[in-house]
Ligand binder design. Structure first.
Ligand SMILES: Cc1cc2nc3c(=O)[nH]c(=O)nc-3n(C[C@H](O)[C@H](O)[C@H](O)COP(=O)(O)O)c2cc1C
Length: 198
């Protein structure tokens, strides 16, 4: 039986660490085939926020998470002929982590100018799980309208807004709070992460 596939896109909102951590966790799941794509703007946030020098034309997983991973398949964000651009290529869904307002705007209006937009559009039309982790503040009426439209179309809007009730001590605790929420949406267990027990 072929492994379950999932799409991970990293776009140029602040919070590149969320995308990096999502990839790190997904790359440890042997039963999942991870299809990764990264926007040009994300290379800027990855450099500024994480010190990661990423070359999208010669991308290596180890440049992002410090090691290689056999279950990760990379696609250039301009490659509209990649398999994830087609609904025929079955996946369990897609996460966009973090999701910029620009990408959210394109998705909300059906503008598929790159592979990230197209793969997300495929999820919406095929009624597959699409989870967006937007990061922007404050939100304009346009941002709110776009996110509302996407929610109406079936996307899950999961803002990068970590809670504080689990008494986080580190940045990693805060990031993993969002990861738990994110992976719960796909019913993917990430065992090692401490969960709020009430
Ligand atoms: C350092 C930096 C931080 C940014 N932070 C955000 C942000 O938090 N949210 C957002 O929507 N856009 C943010 N932007 C703007 C996006 O990168 C920009 O809109 C870009 O066109 C998004 O392209 P993409 O959606 O293809 O990744 C930021 C840009 C830079 C350079």
């Amino acid at each position: 039986m072929s492994p379950r596939r999932i799409v991970l896109a990293i776009t140029g909102a602040s919070g590149a660490v969320y995308g990096e951590r999502a990839l790190e966790l997904l790359s440890q799941m042997d039963d999942l085939e991870v299809h990764l794509t990264i926007s040009h703007a994300a290379t800027i946030t990855l450099l500024r926020e994480r010190g990661r020098q990423i070359n999208l034309d010669r991308f290596r997983v180890c440049d992002l998470i410090g090691r290689d991973a056999e279950n990760v398949v990379y696609h250039h964000y301009r490659n509209l002929a990649a398999p994830i651009a087609s609904g025929t290529f079955r996946t369990i869904g897609m996460m966009i982590v973090p999701c910029s307002m620009s990408t959210a705007g394109a998705l909300a209006h059906g503008i598929a100018q790159n592979l990230i937009h197209r793969a997300a559009e495929v999820c919406l039309k095929e009624r597959r799980r699409l989870v967006l982790v937007p990061r922007e503040t404050p939100l304009s009426t346009i941002h709110l309208e776009n996110l509302w439209r996407l929610s109406q179309a079936g996307a899950i809007i999961l803002p990068a807004a970590p809670g504080f009730y689990h008494q986080p001590r580190t940045l990693e605790d805060q990031v993993d709070f969002i990861m738990t929420k994110l992976f719960d949406q796909f019913e993917i267990e990430i065992g090692r992460i401490r969960r709020w027990q009430g």
